[in-house]
Design a protein around this ligand. Sequence first.
Ligand code: SF4
Ligand code: SF4
Length: 503
Amino acid sequence: MSADPKPSSSSEPTPFNRPMPPGPAHPRSAAQRHVPNRDSLTTVNEDGSRYFLHPADVHGWFTRWRRHSGLALIAIYLLLPWIPVGGHPAVFLDVGAGRFHFLGYTLAAQDVWLLFFGVTGLGFALFFITALLGRVWCGWACPQTVFLEHIYRRIERMIDGDAPTRRQRDDAPLTGSLLLRRVVKHALYIAVSLIITHLFLAYFVSIPEVWHMVSAAPAEHWAAFVFVFMATGILYFNFAWFREQLCIVICPYGRLQSALTDDHTLNIGYDAVRGEPRGKVGTPDAGACIGCNRCVQVCPTGIDIRHGLQLECIGCAACIDACDDIMVKVDRPKGLIRYDSHAGFAGGRRQWVRPRTIVYLVLLVIGITVAGFAFTSVKPANFMVMRMSGAAYFVGPDVVRNQFMVRLLNKHNDSAVFHVSLVGLPAGVTQNGFNVPVTVEPQAEQVTPLVLLVNRRHYTGPFKFTLLVQDAERTFTLSREVEFLGPDARLLKEEDLAKGITR
Ligand code: SF4
Ligand code: SF4
């Protein structure tokens, strides 16, 4: 691969190397009074084509800890389907059996409505965290950022070199070795996308089942095959090419920022009071910013944080590390770019407790309380009563009969014994079906026929009764009201009289 072009210069062109007209002062903060604005996307060229970014490598405290947390999150994602808890993968949305297993806790399909509380709780948590810490989710935990920064860009760096080299190779004429590099790089992208997709599928069908599907012909599991094919294609497109565009033009969370944050939210920003006017080291009356553009070169969305908080900023903190590195080199205090609020950059005090954070916290606490109550009130069994198909009731010479099917579901990971009893039956009613306790296998269901007979002599018309289900230890009780249907009792009596029958 020695024929590849090598970088001839360390200077890195960016969209911001072009001269920029001064913009209006930032309306929200005095701290950004001197900062010009740009009204165009930094990843779009003048002619509307894509400006493909190659963010420069950066080192520092935030980069190191983002790497640690990112790799930990990837490990969790990869390992969860392999770790058994209570006989099932730690997180397993078993679509085939209609069960959701989460760290040993099992929800049946009938309990899935409870996930509503989990989802809204997560939403309120995100609101609260965003109001406090801005886009910390985007920069530190979002799968888009985590996979892109810690897997795909690593592959790119490993195959194509650092940012200037990558940029030069992008523009170079295609040679044999360049073609080989591209083939290897994209093959690795596809391989990683396949792994991520197959593991995602394992969250729904389990690892052994994924292995079984992979071993079989695609036609035997065409739905899974199409899913893996499409999902891999989407991941490959996203991480090989689309990248930061997803955050900038698709992700709705980025657009919510202006609604969720305020002047006291902790964000990454540039201290314009300290940094402006910019000037090289030794320039009289210059601020701390030496105009090196290093913060722009490392930015994965290509923006200049010195223009103030922007929708494109994903809060990755790369510009903090980059600028701190420069500040150390020029022997100035770190923190020209740092985590702070608008109020803090303007010289004021940041407030953690404010109406917005209180409201979000209250909603979060309410959500957690309701979710906790709902989840703890879920019973380890469930049952349904269905009338058998055919006529609603049968009238015989001596009895009126109703027939039901009782579907009993055991959510335990062990087999369980259930006592089923009928309460509120009028005199003269006999039942056939639950004369002995019912044993149901773990995570299984059993359907038992229930036949109720009422002697015509005792029949007084339709009535309601209650079906109770209890476990052997009587730790819980489930109940359902059921209606016994039949004709009007007077009609039966008239029929008997017509036949000369007295009961
Ligand atoms: S890295 Fe720091 S010193 Fe360099 S341009 Fe950015 S803000 Fe100014
Ligand atoms: S401005 Fe800074 S924190 Fe925001 S995306 Fe760019 S490098 Fe990351």
